[in-house]
Design a binder for this molecule. Structure first.
Ligand SMILES: Cc1cc2nc3c(=O)[nH]c(=O)nc-3n(C[C@H](O)[C@H](O)[C@H](O)COP(=O)(O)OP(=O)(O)OC[C@H]3O[C@@H](n4cnc5c(N)ncnc54)[C@H](O)[C@@H]3O)c2cc1C
Length: 375
C-alpha cells in the first residue's frame, strides 16, 4: 500500500512526486511514457518564466515562490535550470498584455521599465517594433529548460525514495472505502491518496467527472538567422524572452537563439486535438505564416530550421485547476496549464504535496477550484 500514487510525471507530477518523497511519504509515480518526453505539454527546450503577470496579479506571489524552488533545485542538482535574460511584453499601449503586465508590476512592486519603439530597437536590434509599439521590460524574466527541470524532479524524487514506473499506463482508478485501486496495463496498486496530473489526458481517467478542458494543438518553430553579421543580436545577451501582441488577433512569444535559432510560437489560435493523435504534422502553410511574422517583426533573415507540436490543456477561464476531487477528498486533480503552467510547476508540486498530506497550503489558490465551473 502506498501513501500516495502520482499519475503523470510531467511538469506538475514530477514536481509533486519530489515534494511528496521529500516529505517522507511512500510514493509511486507512474507515467505512460518516460519523462521528459515529447508527447505531452512539457517539451521544446524552453519555457518563459516572468513575474509581471499580465494574466492577473493573483499569480505574482505564486511565481515568486516558484523562482525560489527553481533555485533550490539548481543547488540540489548542480544543473542550470533557469537562465535570466529579462523579458519584454510588447503591444499597443492599451493592449491587455501591456496594461496587465504594468498592473501586476505596480501591485507587487516589481521592477520594470516602459520602453517606446525607439528604446526597444536601440536595446534589442533584432526586434522591429512598429511606431505604436511599447514594451514592458522586466529584468527578472527568463528561460526554464523544461526537459532538465523534469529530469531533476524525477531524479531527486528517486533519490528521496520514490518508486518510479515509466512506460506504464494507468487504465482505471477504482475508489474503495479504505484505499484507492490503480489499475495499469501491467499491475494493480493500492494507495491511500492519489494525485492525477495527467495533463492533456486528464479526462480519460475521470469518466464521471468530465472537466471542461479543451486540448489545443500548438506549434513551436525555430528559425536560424542567415544574416551572419547580426548573429550576436539574437543571442540571450542581446535578446530577452518576448511576448508580442502584434495585432488584436495575433499574439506570439519566443526566445533568443540558444543554438538552434530563435524560437517563436503563436499563443493559442491552435486547433483542437485528441491527445493520443498528436503528431508532427506541421504544414508548409503554417511554417510560411510564421516565417511571415518573423520577417515582419525581426531584423533577421530567417531560415526555417525545425518545428515541434505540443498541447495546451485549457480551462474556459484559462486559470488552473488544483483541487480535491469533488466526490473524494483523497484525490487531487491538478491541471495547472492553460498554456502558462510550466513556470509554476516547481511550486504547484509543493502545493499538491501539502494538499495531499493535509498540510495547510501557504498560498491563495482559490482561483483554481473546480466549483467555479458549476456556477
Ligand atoms: C508550446 C507550448 C509552450 C508553452 N510555453 C510556456 C511558457 O513559456 N511558460 C509556461 O509557464 N508555460 C508554458 N507552457 C505550458 C506548460 O508547458 C504546461 O502548462 C505544463 O508543461 C503542463 O504540465 P503537466 O504536468 O500538466 O502536463 P504534462 O507535462 O504533459 O504531463 C502529463 C503526463 O501525464 C502522463 N499521462 C497521461 N495519461 C496517463 C496515464 N493514463 N497513465 C500514466 N501516465 C499518464 C503523460 O505521459 C505526461 O507525461 C507551454 C506549453 C506548450 C505546449
Amino acid at each position: 500500500m502506498y501513501d500516495v500514487i502520482v499519475v503523470g510525471l510531467g511538469a506538475n507530477g514530477s514536481s509533486a512526486l519530489y515534494h511528496l518523497a521529500k516529505a517522507g511519504k511512500k510514493v509511486l509515480g507512474i507515467d505512460r511514457f518516460a519523462p521528459p518526453h515529447t508527447h505531452g505539454s512539457s517539451h521544446g527546450q524552453s519555457r518563459i518564466i516572468r513575474q509581471a503577470y499580465h494574466e492577473s496579479p493573483f499569480y505574482v506571489p505564486l511565481v515568486q515562490a516558484a523562482y525560489e524552488i527553481w533555485y533550490d533545485m539548481e543547488r540540489i542538482s548542480g544543473k542550470k535550470l533557469l537562465l535570466k535574460t529579462g523579458g519584454i511584453t510588447m503591444g499597443a499601449p492599451d493592449a491587455d498584455v501591456v496594461t496587465g503586465a504594468i498592473a501586476s508590476a505596480l501591485e507587487h512592486n516589481l521592477p520594470y521599465q516602459l520602453l517606446d519603439h525607439k528604446d526597444i530597437q536601440k536595446r534589442y536590434p533584432a526586434l522591429k517594433p512598429t511606431v505604436d509599439t511599447v514594451g514592458v521590460f522586466e529584468p527578472a524574466a527568463g528561460i526554464l529548460f523544461p526537459e532538465d527541470c523534469i529530469s531533476v524532479f524525477v531524479e531527486q524524487a528517486a533519490r528521496n525514495g520514490a518508486a518510479i514506473h515509466t512506460n506504464e499506463m494507468v487504465l482505471e482508478i477504482i475508489r474503495q472505502r479504505d484505499f484507492i485501486k490503480v489499475v495499469t496495463n501491467k499491475q494493480t496498486y493500492f494507495t491511500q491518496k492519489l494525485v492525477l496530473s495527467t495533463g492533456a489526458w486528464m479526462n480519460s481517467l475521470l469518466p464521471d467527472l468530465q472537466l471542461p478542458l479543451s486540448i489545443e494543438r500548438q506549434v513551436l518553430y525555430w528559425f536560424k538567422n542567415k544574416n551572419s553579421a547580426a548573429q550576436a543580436n539574437v543571442k540571450p545577451d542581446n535578446l530577452p524572452v518576448y511576448i508580442w501582441q502584434s495585432a488584436p488577433d495575433e499574439l506570439f512569444y519566443g526566445f533568443p537563439d540558444l543554438g538552434d535559432g530563435i524560437k517563436v510560437a503563436l499563443h493559442h489560435f491552435g486547433r483542437p486535438v485528441v491527445p493520443d493523435e498528436l503528431k508532427d504534422d506541421v504544414t508548409g502553410e503554417e511554417i510560411n505564416r510564421m516565417q511571415g511574422i518573423v520577417e515582419k517583426y525581426f531584423n533577421i533573415s530567417p531560415e526555417f530550421n525545425y518545428s515541434a507540436v505540443c498541447m495546451y490543456t485549457n480551462t474556459p477561464d484559462e486559470h488552473f485547476i488544483i483541487d480535491h476531487h469533488p466526490d473524494d477528498e483523497r484525490i487531487i486533480i491538478a491541471s495547472p496549464c492553460s498554456g502558462h503552467g510550466f513556470k509554476f510547476s516547481s511550486l504547484t508540486g509543493k502545493i499538491i504535496s501539502d494538499m495531499t498530506t493535509d498540510k495547510p497550503v501557504e498560498f491563495d489558490i482559490q482561483l483554481f477550484n473546480m466549483a467555479r465551473f458549476a456556477r
